[in-house]
Design a protein around this ligand. Structure first.
Ligand SMILES: *[C@@H]1O[C@H](CO)[C@@H](O)[C@H](O)[C@H]1NC(C)=O
Ligand SMILES: *[C@@H]1O[C@H](CO)[C@@H](O)[C@H](O)[C@H]1NC(C)=O
Ligand SMILES: *[C@@H]1O[C@H](CO)[C@@H](O)[C@H](O)[C@H]1NC(C)=O
Ligand SMILES: *[C@@H]1O[C@H](CO)[C@@H](O)[C@H](O)[C@H]1NC(C)=O
Length: 426
């Protein structure tokens, strides 16, 4: 029986990154970053040189991938059942028929990016399939998709281009990271001068759009970009952690908009924290586990309970669709197969790995599991989150921490001088 204990860990100013997931707005064009990233002051957790990066180190480190593979190999739950579904999904097949590449895509009123969404998903799922099975067919499928798009796509246009970049782009970078660092894939197209290829495109086309910058920065070993993204996540009062979740209650800045966006925000923040965790810094514990309190708030409301609501806590630097909002929105409230697949990452990180108190997060995960869980991508925006939570985010139980006083691999600790991990020993 799981025992609920209150969280006592208080972490001071630490890290968090993820740029402006929620600030994306359908104005006349997405905010773009068409030049060098801005320099930021020194802060704990920042990178100082290229060799600081851990690879693979976006959503999945080598240890994470091994945990997945070992769980599948030994037939342990939840990996066993999750893999049974995952391995038969159409996007996990080596024989998946690539739908691209295309040279220009649009997201917005002229949306025409389905081929990209599907191919990106197939690349990511085939990368995981390759890691688990070591089957050459999966290696080939994942890398040919990466190379085809990596050498052909030249522009992404439309008012919501940054959403495409940030969401599908993040999945794509995750596929590339696994194949490069575990699969020995060498990008096609690279030339000494000019040239093309995935990194080139990632840097000039994707990363210039700000979103999912953390993932892009790690893949590119770009210290300045990483520090900028992390600093923004910590300090940007609109796009960062504190602009999105009210430290007083856990209320999300889009609680009054609709519950789909309120939930999506939790997932994106958790996925970004996952990348930073892979890089050795724990963001989940920040501000007395603010993200957990945010999860509890939104889970509670969607399970049918009342929550305290501050109408003054809404998103800034963004178009307030039908807002500011006077009350929590009932739009898409509840638990259904169509809601964003964000609960597993929170559940495994906080409840299983850290043993923290999260009654509503547990309840909403179980309610969702009863409807089929967070496996196959479904809903109106299947590219928003990776899905397959029981396979990719799960832990066997409370963690053994890698305690070398240098890297925080499994969080819960605080950040020491120079950004070094100071690990908990629980
Ligand atoms: C998508 O739409 C944009 C803008 O209309 C256009 O330039 C591009 O060629 C289209 N791409 C595809 C694959 O249809
Ligand atoms: C574009 O994609 C095709 C695969 O469809 C590939 O053969 C080709 O090398 C790619 N790159 C360029 C520059 O055409
Ligand atoms: C949501 O539904 C509840 C119960 O039906 C109602 O009291 C409340 O006013 C609704 N909120 C909004 C913003 O419509
Ligand atoms: C931790 O870092 C210190 C200096 O930064 C180094 O001397 C030590 O070997 C590192 N420990 C491990 C286990 O890597």
């Amino acid at each position: 029986m799981w025992v609920c204990k209150a969280s006592t860990t208080r972490v001071g100013v630490v890290i968090i990154a993820l740029a402006s997931w929620l600030a994306a707005a359908t104005v006349t064009g997405p905010p773009t970053l068409n030049g060098p990233v801005f320099p930021v002051p020194s802060f704990p957790g920042m990178k100082t040189r290229m060799g600081d990066f851990v690879h693979p180190g976006l959503w999945h480190t080598h240890d994470d991938l091994e945990r997945i593979r070992a769980g599948v190999e030994k037939g342990e739950e939840p990996w066993k059942s999750a893999y049974a579904d995952f391995s038969t999904d159409s996007f996990s097949q080596a024989g998946y028929a690539m739908q691209g590449p295309k040279s220009v895509l649009c997201r917005g009123p002229c949306s025409n990016y389905t081929s990209f969404s599907n191919d990106v998903r197939a690349a990511y799922q085939n990368a995981l399939m390759w890691y688990i099975t070591r089957d050459q067919g999966h290696w080939d499928r994942a890398t040919t998709i990466l190379d085809a798009w990596g050498t052909n796509l030249t522009n992404i246009v439309g008012t919501d281009a940054s959403l495409l970049v940030g969401l599908e782009g993040d999945l794509f970078a995750n596929a590339a990271e696994i194949m490069r660092w575990e699969g020995g894939w060498v990008e096609a197209g690279a030339k000494a001068s000019g040239g093309s290829g995935f990194s080139n495109q990632l840097y000039w086309l994707f990363a210039r759009h700000i979103k999912a910058l953390l993932s892009f920065a790690v893949y590119l070993d770009d210290v300045a970009m990483y520090n900028y993204a992390l600093y923004s996540y910590l300090n940007d009062l609109c796009a960062g952690l504190y602009g999105n979740f009210d430290p007083a209650t856990g209320q999300g800045a889009e609680t009054g908009r609709d519950q789909g966006h309120a939930m999506g925000a939790l997932g994106w923040t958790a996925e970004a924290a996952r990348t930073v965790q892979s890089q050795g810094v724990d963001l989940y514990a920040l501000e007395n586990n603010l993200l957990l309190r945010a999860a509890e708030y939104t889970a509670k409301y969607n399970l049918g309970h009342d929550v305290p609501y501050d109408p003054k806590f809404y998103r800034c630097e963004a178009v307030l669709i039908n807002g500011p909002w006077s009350a929590p929105s009932n739009i898409s409230r509840g638990v259904s197969t169509g809601i964003p697949k964000v609960w597993d990452i929170l559940y495994y990180q906080y409840v299983v790995k850290r043993g923290l108190c999260a009654p509503y997060t547990i309840q909403i995960k179980h309610a969702l599991d009863a409807l089929g869980g967070e496996g196959h991508p479904t809903g109106s925006s299947p590219g928003d989150h990776p899905s397959w939570g029981d396979l990719i985010w799960s832990y066997p139980g409370k963690g053994d921490f890698l305690n070398d006083n240098n890297r925080t691999i499994w969080g819960g600790g605080s950040i020491g001088p120079g950004g070094l991990g100071n690990l908990n020993s629980a």
